[in-house]
Design a protein around this ligand. Structure first.
Ligand SMILES: [Zn+2]
Ligand SMILES: [Zn+2]
Length: 405
């Protein structure tokens, strides 16, 4: 039966090709920043309503939505992102993520019309770029009755199993060093130099990097360092972002070392230190092995193969990582036709809006639709995936505890 449903799904997705392209083009032409995706919210919800989905607009956020078809369990969520970046527009290709979800939803719905099983949901999640939009949805219980959550993200290469080594846990801290101003020539000895503190903290962090594991990332910038060269700076500010393959490593191994660098610099210079860690944290991605296996099988059947890794490994963070810690999930990355183009560049923005990206994006809709059909046909997988996630969380916690000793 599954083969027949895949065919129905594929036919429905292919028949919607022009409209899917038009809608992602429309979003690409109207780039909107996190929590301000009003145009995308309007066009995506209109499309899904016209396709027969039960649409809840302004869901959790002004620009969030939930569109459902069917009832009961299993419940498969297709995650749509649609926000853009400042200045460089859709340089992360979220217009294509929305397209993938819409296309897959159309396919699954067409298949379910013949064989009603469970529920398919398109979840419109705003503010992936820096806003952590999915976290509010998790807190409000949106994923409580969800069997699994699927999405696919455009990138330079194809990679099916994108776990914490690709989508790391991340958090950041805003730092202020407060010193004392004085005339830089007349009485420098009366001052307490806040810029020195920031420079020392930066240098300590730089030295520390050599002793970090290769999968860890620390980025630091000094955002304020004085007002005039003849005044000893009384205030400096910096920001530090930290990433590691698991949230436990971020919290237990990296964060204390960053705090030590900051405290050391404050102590050495006599500055007062103010640190403000981000109130939320992006968790590392946990890929469900059953879903990864299904993804690989359906990708191969469509001729989509994993890229041979040639250059540096793609590393990023996403609020889908947080989702993956509460429901079984996948977040594969897919090439859109030019592996020399990297996310968050003007070149990638051009590519995400081009015709070149379209056949790759259409393939992802077909793959995710087939996975959703599989899950809907196999409610006995629900406890299997739940068990996978539970044992993975337990083993991650045990590993982190051992690392921290
Ligand atoms: Zn991005
Ligand atoms: Zn992105």
């Amino acid at each position: 039966m599954a083969e027949e449903l895949y065919e129905i799904s594929k036919a429905a997705i292919d028949a919607a090709r022009e409209r899917l392209h038009a809608i992602s083009g429309d979003i690409w032409n109207h780039p909107e920043l996190n929590f301000h995706e009003h145009h995308a919210h309007a066009v995506l919800t209109k499309f899904l309503e016209e396709e027969g989905f039960d649409v809840e607009r302004k869901f959790v956020y002004d620009t969030g939505f939930r569109a459902s078809y069917g009832d009961g369990q299993p419940t498969v969520v297709l995650v749509a992102e649609f926000d853009a970046l400042p200045e460089i527009g859709h340089a992360c290709g979220h217009n294509l993520i929305a397209q993938v979800a819409l296309g897959a939803a159309i396919g699954v719905k067409a298949a379910m019309e013949n064989t009603p099983r469970g529920k398919i949901v398109v979840l419109g999640t705003p503010a992936e770029e820096g806003g952590g939009g999915k976290l509010g949805m998790i807190q409000q219980g949106v994923f409580d009755d969800v069997t699994c959550a699927l999405m696919a993200h455009p990138a330079p290469d194809n990679k099916f199993d994108c776990d914490g080594d690709i989508f790391s846990a991340a958090t950041m801290v805003k730092v202020a060093f407060k010193g004392k101003s004085s005339h830089a020539a007349a009485a420098p000895y009366d001052g307490v130099n806040a810029l020195d503190a920031a420079v020392m903290a930066y240098n300590s962090i730089s030295c520390m990097r050599q002793q970090l594991r290769p999968s860890y990332r620390v980025a630091a910038i000094i955002t304020e360092g004085g007002l005039a060269v003849n005044i000893i700076p009384e205030l400096s500010r910096m920001e530090v972002a930290i990433r590691a393959p698991s949230k436990q490593e971020v919290l237990l191994l990296l964060k204390p070392r960053i705090n030590a660098c900051l405290e050391g610099a404050a102590r050495a210079t006599g500055c007062e230190l103010q640190i403000e860690w981000l109130s939320f944290m992006l968790d590392n991605m946990i890929s469900d092995p059953l879903l990864v296996d299904l993804y690989g099988r359906h990708a191969s059947s469509l001729g989509v193969e994993e890229s041979q890794q040639t250059g540096s490994v793609f590393t990023a963070s996403t609020d889908m990582g947080n989702v993956s810690q509460v429901v079984p999930s996948i977040h594969p990355i897919f090439s859109i036709g030019d592996s020399s183009c990297r996310n968050h560049t003007r070149g990638f923005a051009e590519l995400a809006g081009s015709d070149t990206a379209q056949p790759f994006t259409m393939d992802q809709s077909r793959i995710l639709a087939n996975i959703a059909i599989d899950v809907l046909l196999h409610p006995e997988w629900i406890p299997v995936m739940k068990h996978n996630l539970k044992s993975r969380l337990e083993s991650d916690a045990a590993k982190a505890a051992a690392d921290a000793l």
